[in-house]
Design a protein around this ligand. Structure first.
Ligand SMILES: [Zn+2]
Length: 318
């Protein structure tokens, strides 16, 4: 064989080999090419559905749990409404055909979460979450903004996204005893770290109902932990691309609530929250933290952005 032919044959055999090596390398997988248009998700976010859940969780509206009509007037840790709220959330998640788990982390603390397995990479997980306990320690403790607003968003995400398949696993989670020192989320995050679970990212939502000056500002709390910044960037770019109409303020290093538990154990997370400081909820941790004080347009937009961001991260398929 002449030299040219040898080189040609090496070339011909080497190219497929190189391509195979590239395919098998453990780099970030390319997104699927049949992703659902995020606008289809946005179109399904429903304000009536969101406010109904806030009304139920904050005791404005009674609800059937099993066969009894219940008014959840307080979700404070040791009031009976706290356990009723957990039962209600479980019942709701079961209705979306999800696998529901109750995680008792202490004599009084119980997290509720549901799993929707991804079709392609089920061991890789994204979590959307909020805390369901409330303040103050009283038989009337509506906690509509803090944090029925977040819980309603997680339920709305489950209502919409449970109809689809996704590449990665979704966990819809409700933490207990956030108000006693983020106990529920710490219990979950520490167990996940021990079990070496692959949590790719967390969107924690805590208080998205108050915007008294109508400036649309809200915080995305972020830190330089794992993929936190990538999640925040994705949220901001989806916000701009789909003209959600808010004014995102990225805080790094941010604070927040249950997102702190995930940072502590090295997981990527963001904390979505209304403004504090000059436009802080005047009824925070009082018996008047009610749906009537909500800026509904702001609540709807914040919830929409959280849900569409999750759908994009988990790669919902069309
Ligand atoms: Zn809160």
């Amino acid at each position: 064989m002449c030299n040219h032919l040898v080189r040609f044959l090496i070339f011909i055999f080497l190219i497929p080999l190189l391509l195979t090596c590239e395919k098998d390398s453990p780099t970030e997988p390319a997104p699927s090419d049949n992703l659902l248009d995020p606008q289809i998700i946005l179109n399904q976010v429903n304000l009536d559905s969101l406010t109904r859940q806030v009304a139920i969780l904050s005791g404005e509206q009674p609800v059937l749990i099993d066969t009894s009509l219940v008014t959840i007037s307080s979700r404070y840790s040791h009031h009976s409404g706290n356990a009723r709220a957990a039962e209600y959330l479980e019942q709701k998640l079961l209705r979306y055909d999800l696998q529901v788990h109750m995680m008792d982390f202490s004599a009084s603390g119980r997290n509720v979460y549901a799993v929707q397995y991804g079709l392609v990479d089920p061991e890789q997980v994204y979590i959307i979450c909020a805390h369901y306990d409330s303040m103050p320690d009283s038989s009337i403790s509506p906690g509509a903004d803090d944090d029925a607003s977040g819980c309603a968003t997680v339920l709305e995400a489950a209502r919409i996204l449970s109809r689809y398949t996704s590449r990665y696993t979704i966990i819809y989670a409700f933490w207990d005893e956030e108000e006693q020192g983020i106990r529920g989320s710490l219990a979950y995050a520490s167990r996940a770290a021990q079990l070496n679970e692959n949590i790719r990212g967390v969107i924690n939502i805590d208080m998205i109902g108050w915007d008294s000056n109508d400036d649309g500002q809200f915080y995305i709390n972020v830190r330089d932990t794992a993929q936190s910044a990538q999640i925040s960037n994705r949220m901001v770019s989806l916000h701009d691309q789909f003209q959600v109409g808010l004014s995102p303020q990225v805080l790094n290093p941010g604070s927040g609530s249950d997102n702190l538990a995930f940072w502590r154990f090295g997981f990527g997370a963001v904390g979505v929250e209304e403004m504090y400081g000059s436009d802080w909820n005047a009824y925070y941790h009082t018996t008047n933290d009610r749906l009537a004080q909500f800026n509904l347009d702001y609540f709807y937009k914040c919830a929409s952005l959280c849900i569409v961001s999750l759908s994009s991260l988990v790669e919902i398929e069309s």
